[in-house]
Design a protein around this ligand. Sequence first.
Ligand SMILES: [Zn+2]
Length: 64
Amino acid sequence: MSSKACRICKKESKDKNLDLNILGVLICKTCLKNITESNIGTLKYGYYKQVIKKMWIDYITANC
Ligand SMILES: [Zn+2]
């Protein structure tokens, strides 16, 4: 089974229904909110972008 911890903040999820599951990777509502509210060009946005990019690469390498 895949991890139930948020990929970004590493916190264990209490309610999986509150989390977004992207390609088998969990992102909690808090982090998702942070991502969507980050301004493009900021350090935080750059960080989230890298995390999501890494998720895509992991997914592609595992499934293609
Ligand atoms: Zn999180």
